[in-house]
Design a protein around this ligand. Sequence first.
Ligand SMILES: O=C(O)CC1=CCC(=O)O1
Length: 91
Amino acid sequence: MLFHCAMEVRLPPDMPKAEADDIKAREKAYAQDLMRKGKWPHIWRVAGRYANISIIEAADADELHAMLSSLPLFPYMDIEVTPLARHPSAI
Ligand SMILES: O=C(O)CC1=CCC(=O)O1
């Protein structure tokens, strides 16, 4: 099933740049691995904010939570999840 995930990143302003750069690099590698596997088909930057809108494929909420909570940035993100169902007008 598909989940709409709105992620807002809030890194502590006093986090050393090297630490922030390392977390961001690990986040990118982890996310791109899921994208290559087809589990993360969309990610869009929210213009003007350190935030993204993503569509993530997971069997259920438990799998989604496992994926999201493994993100290196997870401790520094607010994530709002909306489960998506097929719209009856979709073709
Ligand atoms: O930069 C972000 O929006 C946070 C993020 C989530 C997955 C990713 O690669 O970056």
